[in-house]
Design a protein around this ligand. Structure first.
Ligand SMILES: Nc1ncnc2c1ncn2[C@@H]1O[C@H](COP(=O)(O)OP(=O)(O)OP(=O)(O)O)[C@@H](O)[C@H]1O
Length: 259
């Protein structure tokens, strides 16, 4: 279980997170909502190891993650996405996915060691390349991109690029997928389709994953989530079953001025 305990994050005089506490169970879909500037992205950066909190701890099964760099957090099974796409336009769909997977399989040898092993065609490098290829293809199949493996990213629609980003994130079968506004820049129907596809992936009994879903589309996120937390001013104002949060006073206060 992922646990966020008493996290405070200050940037100079700005308190971006103020004593934040909550848990995410294995396989749970947690929706995270809140107005602009409420601390959602900062929270993602703290959980994924990009920021070290001013105080408090993030733990996984009781072990602290707060001191680990992002790559180590990733190895613990917590994978995050970013609001902006991080794909290489000139590379193919498969190559982009492999670029996310291969380095994670080769660490232990270091980049130079892994490159050398690969150049020399050593069995260990061949096995890892084969393993990475298998994982990447499987992930691309899961997001319905198997027919576009050899197309360049620049030839994909925006929605397909978003799916590729998801494939890259799930290829290593994370235990927790942390999504920072996955539908940014998408139309209503595309956004709906993407979020529901991600949730379907997360609920796959063969490969269950918990989601930490930061999303502005309130109705959608509350519809697909098991639980939701509401943030404002760096604090968690409410935490409960999504259907209860949907009709809560706190959501009415923030989003419709108390009506
Ligand atoms: N690196 C930083 N330096 C200084 N202040 C920051 C930094 N990052 C965030 N903040 C401040 O912390 C607060 C929370 O910002 P954050 O980006 O986490 O909110 P958010 O809920 O993700 O907003 P949005 O929905 O617009 O992405 C804001 O007041 C913001 O200005």
């Amino acid at each position: 279980m992922l646990e966020v305990s008493a996290i405070t994050m200050k940037f100079g005089g700005v308190t971006a997170l103020d004593d934040v506490n909550f848990r995410v169970e294995d396989g749970e879909v947690l929706g995270v909502i809140g107005p602009n500037g409420s601390g959602k992205s900062t929270l993602i950066n703290v959980i994924s190891g990009f920021y070290r909190p001013t105080s408090g701890a993030v733990t996984l099964d009781g072990a602290s993650l707060s001191h680990l760099p992002p790559e180590r957090v990733r190895r613990e099974g917590l994978v995050r996405t970013f609001q902006n796409l991080r794909l290489v336009d000139e590379m193919t769909v498969l190559e982009n996915c492999l670029a996310g997977v291969y380095p994670m399989l080769t660490t232990g040898y270091g980049f130079v060691g892994a490159s050398l092993a690969s150049l020399l065609g050593l069995p260990v490098a061949r096995r890892r390349a084969w393993e990475a290829d298998l994982l990447a293809r499987e992930a691309l199949h899961r997001v319905d991109l198997e027919h576009r493996l050899n197309d360049r990213v620049s030839e994909l629609s925006y929605a397909e690029q978003k799916r590729l980003e998801i494939a890259r994130s799930i290829a290593l079968k994370p235990r927790y997928l942390i999504l920072d506004e996955p539908t940014a820049g998408m139309g209503v129907d595309e956004a709906d389709h993407l979020v529901r596809m991600i949730v379907q992936l997360a609920r796959d009994p063969q490969q269950p994953m918990a989601l930490f879903l930061v999303e502005h589309r309130l109705e959608l996120v509350l519809d697909v989530s098991d639980r939701a937390i509401v943030m404002d001013g760096g604090r968690v104002l409410a935490d409960g079953p999504a259907e209860e949060i949907a009709v809560s006073q706190v959501v009415r206060d923030i989003y419709v001025g108390g009506e």
